[in-house]
Design a protein around this ligand. Sequence first.
Ligand SMILES: Cc1cc2nc3c(=O)[nH]c(=O)nc-3n(C[C@H](O)[C@H](O)[C@H](O)COP(=O)(O)OP(=O)(O)OC[C@H]3O[C@@H](n4cnc5c(N)ncnc54)[C@H](O)[C@@H]3O)c2cc1C
Length: 261
Amino acid sequence: MPGRLILACNGYGGNAAMVRAHMPAIGDALYFGHPGNRGDALAWGQVLGAATRHLGAYQGHGNVAHPHGILITWAVIGEGGFQVNAEGRRFWNESQGYSEAARAVLAEPGGIAWAVFDERCAGVARQFADFRAAEAQGAIRRADSVEALAGAMGVPGPALAESFAGAQGTDAFGRRFDPARRLAPPYCAVKVTGALFHTQGGLVTDGGGRVLRPDGTALPNLWAGGGAACGVSGAGDSGYLSGNGLLAAVVLGARAGAAGG
Ligand SMILES: Cc1cc2nc3c(=O)[nH]c(=O)nc-3n(C[C@H](O)[C@H](O)[C@H](O)COP(=O)(O)OP(=O)(O)OC[C@H]3O[C@@H](n4cnc5c(N)ncnc54)[C@H](O)[C@@H]3O)c2cc1C
């Protein structure tokens, strides 16, 4: 069987110029992947005449402890927490998801926000080593009252109190809060920013990893998988579902590897 050329050197998250060009809303975000992912597969494929798609698609994360650079699991939000900006005010519907959160947080003053939750949420988050590391580094502030928490965060107390009061029922942003998960003291807060985890756009394949030209015909002996190929997340940040990154790597990689020569 003749050899196969399979491009498997990920996407372009480490290429700042490409990130700025294709995903300007998070153009200056921290990149959480490997800096060597500079879009080589994409560039090589394009030179060979391959089609590309959804170059603005990506997995972001809007809950990275700042300036510690440690991922804070989105479970603290899913368990009833919320985000406020540097003025202590809510600014979006967090139930849209952690990928969209990167864009939402970076649009706020200073490109930062605070994730606000309670000790019960922290107990859930503590099963993740990242969260324990954030605690060990002092990233998580704690207080027994909303007023004291505002002081620990350095945000205006009345605004934070208003944010707490609004975080019930269906709020002004359309988020529905579960009454069983209403925050209770002791409260916790961590300053966060938005990050790019990986890009989801790339070379167009036939679903089996075979790279296609713009007219839909296959290039001879060229396959792509993982971040080198266009994934299944659509055009921006909102189509990303947990697992989509590894899905493109495992499925397209396996199919490219098994393809006839
Ligand atoms: C912090 C973080 C969290 C993530 N969480 C999830 C998750 O929960 N679920 C999920 O599905 N996905 C997640 N992802 C995305 C997932 O890790 C990637 O989509 C997946 O690893 C891509 O696989 P790949 O084989 O394309 O690239 P990689 O696994 O990155 O492998 C590519 C390899 O190619 C090498 N390389 C690059 N350029 C060259 C070159 N020119 N020549 C030779 N070698 C080169 C790289 O050094 C690397 O070793 C996450 C990513 C990050 C950064």
